[in-house]
Design a protein around this ligand. Structure first.
Ligand SMILES: Cc1cc2nc3c(=O)[nH]c(=O)nc-3n(C[C@H](O)[C@H](O)[C@H](O)COP(=O)(O)OP(=O)(O)OC[C@H]3O[C@@H](n4cnc5c(N)ncnc54)[C@H](O)[C@@H]3O)c2cc1C
Length: 437
């Protein structure tokens, strides 16, 4: 049977183990960390849970087994990920970013780089190893991230520069938003992948490469950012002032192709963001259903017996099912096509995060005014759901543009996804919609 949604015994165990971790280890720290005003302190409160996640193989579950990773398929990452996201998508975001930082080394690194960076991540005796992924840059003119591929001269687009000097590259400029990069103490993750312009004579998609920035590199400063949601995940500004990185840390196959890394990474994470929306909406739906089954609102029977309540919750439940299966399909596509999903990953992320943001609010309408009481879960769930369409390459400025760029290509086959055919993505599909008409 080619299409079968039944989980294998191993997948059921994976789901159950992830659920147990999420409810027994993660859940007890969520409220305090979410309410902690200092973003670094909030992240530090998650440290014991992270150490346990590391020990259980969750923190690097997406890396290949041959380098000590969990060796999970993309589908299996989602099965486990939904359970974490139902409890806290910010914590899950930290794990996701470990993948965004190291998957490119697996795709494009030399054997020596794979050995050095992947094995270090999976063999930390302290079980605290953390990896950052630094693409995004500060808002401003020029600035932001959505138009990183605008076909204009530097400093438009990615503004952080890396100038070759002997056996080193010298980095200058600022990043803003990258997750995990500041580490547990605000002084740097163990390692972060940084996209920088190695050729300032070029702009747009040209002359971008990826570097592995190691903790302790002089000339790098971090400042934590306080956010409305995903408060358990640490985002930071990075300032590079003549920071020297060994030339051997330029990820071999990304030389001049940092743009393709950005698009491949943000597409790989599409179904992960989608399943985060599923997890968050699932929690809102279950809380709303529970409320509707017990609350009478002064009437003779619980409000679930009113037609509008039943219809709305039925629609919400259906959307959650739809989105879960779209995420599984997108992950399955990534598994079958060498972790390329530039089209389906974007489509999945856009639809799931937007449909399910609305679903969370619908749950609040069913519950009514009591949903805004902060002793109930909805306020936090709404904040978390609001982040999902905006982060991980915004649905407006980045993900929809990638879909547009592929659809506009003369060679695009509109049946490719249905037929499970490989949809190629190359530089000719970038830059679309970057220069306003
Ligand atoms: C929890 C969290 C985790 C994150 N983790 C990371 C991380 O690990 N690494 C990292 O690098 N970043 C990270 N980010 C940042 C994230 O990936 C953002 O999606 C990214 O910075 C792009 O933001 P943006 O799309 O709003 O871009 P901006 O450049 O700020 O664009 C803002 C808006 O302008 C409009 N716009 C801009 N250009 C266009 C266009 N060409 N066409 C149409 N509209 C346009 C859109 O409305 C867009 O939403 C994280 C953010 C959060 C909140």
């Amino acid at each position: 049977m080619a299409i079968d949604f039944t989980l294998t015994d191993a997948q059921r165990r994976l789901r159950d183990d992830a659920r147990e971790f999420a409810t027994q280890v993660l859940a007890p720290v969520v409220r305090q960390a979410d309410e902690e005003p200092d973003p670094l302190r909030a992240f530090q409160l998650t440290r014991p849970a992270y150490v346990e996640a590391y020990k259980q193989g969750i923190a690097f579950c997406m890396l290949p087994g041959e380098y000590g990773g969990g060796g999970l398929s993309n589908v299996d990452v989602l099965i486990a990920g939904e359970e974490l996201c139902a409890v806290d998508p910010g914590f899950a975001c930290t794990v996701l970013v470990n993948g965004l930082g190291l998957m490119p080394v697996w795709y494009w690194g030399s054997d020596e780089q794979k050995d050095r960076f992947l094995r270090a991540a999976t063999s930390d005796p302290a079980c605290e190893y953390l990896v950052g992924y630094a693409v995004s840059e500060p808002a401003g003119s020029p600035g932001g991230t959505a138009n990183f591929d605008a076909p204009l001269a530097h400093p438009v687009g990615i503004g952080v520069t890396a100038r070759r000097d002997g056996d080193e590259y010298v980095l200058n400029g600022r990043k803003f938003w990258p997750c995990n990069v500041a580490g547990w103490d605000g002084r740097g993750a163990d390692v972060s992948i940084v996209i920088a312009r190695t050729d300032t004579g070029k702009g747009g998609t040209e002359g971008l490469s990826a570097f592995m920035l190691e903790r302790g590199t002089p000339g790098v400063e971090y400042r934590l950012i306080s956010k409305i949601g995903h408060r358990l995940a640490p985002n930071a500004e990075i300032v590079f002032t003549d920071a020297r990185v060994p030339a051997a840390n330029l990820v071999e196959g990304t030389r001049g192709n940092g743009d393709l890394l950005i698009n491949r990474n943000f597409a790989w994470s599409g179904p992960v963001a989608g399943i985060a929306a599923v997890g968050v909406a699932r929690s809102a739906y279950e809380a709303a259903l529970d409320f509707a089954r017990t609350y009478t609102a002064g009437g003779p029977r619980p409000i679930i017996h009113y037609q509008n309540v039943g219809y709305v919750l039925g629609d919400v439940a259906a959307r959650i099912e739809m989105c879960r299966y779209f995420c599984w399909k997108a992950a399955h596509y990534l598994d079958r096509h060498d972790y390329h999903g530039e089209l389906i990953g974007a489509m999945c992320k856009i639809q799931c995060t937007e449909l399910l943001f609305d679903a969370v609010y619908k749950c609040m309408q069913v519950v009514g005014v009591n949903s805004v009481d902060r002793t109930r879960p909805f306020e936090k769930l709404l904040r978390e759901a609001a982040v999902l369409p905006l982060y991980d390459a915004g649905n407006f400025g980045m993900q929809r543009r990638r879909v547009h760029g592929i659809l506009a290509h003369p060679g695009f086959d509109p049946r490719a996804l249905a037929d499970d055919e490989f949809v190629a993505f190359d530089k000719t599909m970038e830059t679309i919609d970057t220069v306003p008409a």
